[in-house]
Design a protein around this ligand. Sequence first.
Ligand SMILES: Nc1ncnc2c1ncn2[C@@H]1O[C@H](COP(=O)(O)OP(=O)(O)OP(=O)(O)O)[C@@H](O)[C@H]1O
Length: 311
Amino acid sequence: MIELRGLTKRYGDRVAVDDLTCGIEAGRVTGFLGPNGAGKSTTMRMILGLDRPTAGSALVGGRRYQDLRHPLREVGALLDARAVHPARSARAHLLSMARSNGIAASRVDEVLETVGLTGAAGRRAGSFSLGMGQRLGIAGALLGDPGVLMFDEPVNGLDPDGVRWVRELVRSLAAEGRTVFVSSHLMSEMQLTADRLVVIGKGRLIADAPLQEVIAGSSLTAVRVRSPHAADLCEWLVSAGLDVRRPAENELIVTGGTIERVGDIAHQAGARLHELSPREASLEQAYQELTASSREYDASVPVLTTPETRV
Ligand SMILES: Nc1ncnc2c1ncn2[C@@H]1O[C@H](COP(=O)(O)OP(=O)(O)OP(=O)(O)O)[C@@H](O)[C@H]1O
């Protein structure tokens, strides 16, 4: 369990992390999302004691990282895969980490095997591709068999097989009861990986909720209705306070109500239905809406919705 309480970091007059309070629980994958410069890496660095909070605290299992007796056995992290001495072999790098943390040397070969680097263990880390470097970073995070794992952009540079491998690894670590906190800009991947999301923008908490709740909160999550009585039904739905669009003669897109409610209203209206189906937004769409006002570096944002007639 990771607990952030009023966590704040200022660099001069720039607030990188602003009064962040949330808990990252064990046994699930928590995705950490936010636009560039939102403060994700700074938050992770503070959890790992690499940056000092200006105010507030970041606790791992109830203690500050600096107070953990065997940090690598309690928290494993991949922050920057390039932070490896380029002349050292992968095995030598992991052995030195193991030695300084009282971890058995036999564990090195286990994690090399887990990440698929056994065959490259003797090669200089400096000769590694971006994806191999990521795998080595993940091996380092797993070395102490810790209960808490943090991965900053773990799929960066990985090919599709590597991306799937990270997804399965991360999910299995959570299934074993560990706390897994993962940042990523790849929303489609997060949608497949995360159970819960913490979303920040300009250092502030925007959302801390289950993935499905974040998606359900999108204005694009809706109920699609097809009915020969669409015009009448539309009036009923609007009078019930729901938001209705009518993209085609016999089709309605309803937001603001559950599928059960829309079905009940159709029944009351005596409208025959040819379709009543949920239309779920993607995480990408929900994320775009959530963070629209918190992007620090905003190029023109592509339109994600097709324009429809609003009733
Ligand atoms: N050492 C530092 N000195 C000054 N400002 C910093 C420092 N580290 C981070 N910042 C600033 O703090 C803010 C948050 O940066 P951070 O790297 O934590 O964001 P991020 O969410 O990880 O971004 P990205 O998705 O681009 O990696 C940014 O405005 C950044 O410029």
